[in-house]
Design a protein around this ligand. Structure first.
Ligand code: NAD
Length: 358
């Protein structure tokens, strides 16, 4: 029996409800695959402020760093919006990512066949989309110096160093090796010096992955191609600001915020979380869609723990549950046969994942 220690941060709003479904599915799949999970729950966000007066208690950082991975729900809510900036839930999350040194943000977008009508694009364009944006998260123009403003000018600096580009490129190529072995590096090398270095270093790193086909695309073209023909992409590797924009654009291909997972990884430890927030408007009603969080647990198995077979099982469980017409309320308009609660959806996915035969 393999054992893993998972730090659980349920957070605020729908966070506790969706995390409970993710652990339900993890435990069910673990039992089939000979894996035991030991969870340690720690506080972050508004609930942490209410309990101890700090949105990110030191214990949360310590427990997370000592674990094999962090599974995270969502934080925030109106109740805490009027607090001073450093006491707000969002400040806790930013500080958390920095403390953990997570430099790579991974955002997969896959469009489930049963949900093609939920996208704002035509079904034939989005059917079969399965791509991953690998975004550099703690460098580039959001952090570069000098930056500042006076009354008449504002300025920021886009800077990347060779080691920063190398480490994010390795993440992208390793992921591509697990997928269909294609990386498209997105930059603006026709205009920006920093992008010329980016391109040079990515090409160098690619020599270590001879099986992976590397292409390059300018960011303006990439933004257009994502809408024109998203199926041409597998792994998109890009810097902080380009990735910020492209990953949001890509997430809309799937049509529903309640479906998409993400991971933020670094040298130390990874944080696995849905892309949506704490949805205070539906908290406690038992109607939140847990799929993004369950899919985040699958990413955790694949990327943090190397448990690909268990991850495949969860992914198959989600697909089969959707194929059989189970929908939470947010997806009710798309070929629903049964409208289910958060907990029923988690139980169905767990059951389908357990029954799945590779
Ligand atoms: P949100 O993502 O929480 O909600 C936007 C809309 O989508 C709401 O109508 C909500 O009901 C719906 N929704 C979101 N997730 C859903 C799910 N799983 N199932 C069904 N419906 C779902 O964004 P928001 O309303 O802008 O923000 C609410 C709070 O969340 C704010 O305090 C914000 O700061 C915080 N937030 C946190 C994170 C995070 O923890 N990583 C990310 C974004 C926003």
């Amino acid at each position: 029996m393999k054992k893993y220690n998972i730090a659980l941060i349920k957070g605020d709003g729908i966070g506790p409800e969706i995390i409970d479904e993710a652990t339900k599915v993890l435990d069910a799949v673990g039992a089939c695959e000979g894996i035991e999970f030991s969870y340690q729950e720690v506080l972050m966000g508004g609930c942490a402020y209410d309990a101890v007066g700090d949105p990110l208690p030191q214990e949360t950082i310590d427990v997370s760093l000592a674990s094999d991975a962090v599974l995270f729900g969502a934080i925030g809510g109106e109740k805490w919006d009027t607090l001073p900036r450093e006491k707000r839930p969002e400040s806790g999350l930013l500080r958390f990512r920095k403390e953990l040194g997570v430099f790579a943000n991974l955002r997969p977008t896959n469009v489930y066949d049963e949900m093609v009508n939920a996208s704002s694009l035509k079904p034939e364009i989005v059917k079969g989309v399965d791509l991953m944006v690998v975004r550099e998260l703690i460098g580039g123009i959001y952090f570069g110096e000098p930056k500042g403003r006076d009354e008449n000018r504002g300025w920021n600096t886009m800077v990347y160093t060779r080691p920063e580009i190398e480490r994010i490129a390795h993440v992208a190529f390793k992921i591509a090796m697990e997928r269909s072995k294609k990386v498209c590096s997105v930059d603006k090398a026709n205009v920006l010096d920093v992008s010329q270095l980016w391109r040079e270093v990515v090409i160098e790193v690619s020599q270590e992955y001879p099986e992976v086909a590397l292409t390059h695309m300018y960011v303006d073209n990439a933004a257009m191609q994502l809408i024109r023909d998203p199926k041409q992409f597998d792994v998109i590797l890009t810097g902080n600001i380009f990735g910020d924009i492209l990953s949001d654009e890509a997430s809309m291909l799937s049509g529903s915020i309640g479906l998409l997972p993400s991971a933020s990884v670094g040298a130390k430890i990874g944080v696995y979380e849905p892309i949506h927030g704490s949805a205070p408007d539906i908290a406690g009603m038992g109607i939140a869609n847990p799929i993004a969080t369950v899919a985040s647990a699958s990413m955790m198995l694949r990327y943090a723990l190397g448990e690909n077979s268990a991850a495949d099982r969860i992914d198959a469980g989600i697909k089969e549950t959707l194929a059989q017409g189970y929908r939470t309320r947010d997806m009710a308009a798309y070929d629903a046969k049964v409208i289910c609660t958060t907990s029923q959806m988690g139980s169905m996915i767990a059951q389908m994942a357990v029954e799945w035969k590779a």
